[in-house]
Design a protein around this ligand. Structure first.
Ligand SMILES: Cc1cc2nc3c(=O)[nH]c(=O)nc-3n(C[C@H](O)[C@H](O)[C@H](O)COP(=O)(O)O)c2cc1C
Length: 160
């Protein structure tokens, strides 16, 4: 089983979280691939790529609750080139800041909405990190991911 982490970021926090997961969770899954969302489109979820894989969206939030610039093409393609993603299993790490009350963690949440709309199956709840909390997203994110992965791998076994 492969974990594919797709990273939406402006100032690299989401990338640091993904890299920490890649190092910390290597004992749980045979292969962890971290990819910045730059240049990606919905074909990243094609059936042959999703085979034997679980996806983890790891996205920050910008503007008025938007996905980061490097995630825009992927996010938009899920609207402009929609296709059924029932074969995709995924989780979401949403990075944000509670001082943006109205749009807290909307970047990751928007990906979740769009994936659900295309029939993809989310495993577990969306995990949110608040930059104003003073906690380190790399530490908390890897702890969350370890638990999430156990559930995700069980789910994959059941589905097989
Ligand atoms: C200009 C700007 C706008 C932001 N807008 C939001 C927002 O609308 N909602 C939110 O929850 N967080 C918002 N944030 C917080 C970031 O999403 C958060 O700091 C995140 O950890 C940054 O991740 P990155 O370093 O991977 O880009 C904003 C941050 C900046 C600098």
């Amino acid at each position: 089983m492969k974990l594919k982490v797709l990273v939406g970021t402006m100032t690299s926090t989401a990338d640091y979280v993904a890299q920490a997961i890649q190092m910390d969770c290597a004992d749980l899954v045979s292969d962890i691939e971290v990819t910045l969302m730059d240049g990606l489109d919905i074909s990243v979820f094609d059936a042959e790529k999703a085979e034997d894989a679980i996806y983890l969206i790891c996205s920050a939030t910008y503007g008025s609750g938007d996905v980061p610039d490097n995630a825009r093409a992927l996010y938009d393609s899920m609207d402009s080139q929609p296709r059924f993603l029932g074969h995709v299993r995924y989780g979401v790490i949403a990075l944000g800041d509670r001082t943006y009350l109205q749009t807290y963690c909307f970047g990751g949440k928007k990906f979740d909405e769009r994936l659900q709309g295309l029939g993809a199956q989310r495993i577990g709840e969306v995990w949110c990190h608040d930059a104003s909390s003073g906690t380190l997203p790399e530490i908390e994110g890897t702890a969350w991911c370890r638990q999430w992965l156990v559930a995700a791998l069980q789910d994959a076994d059941t589905a097989a």
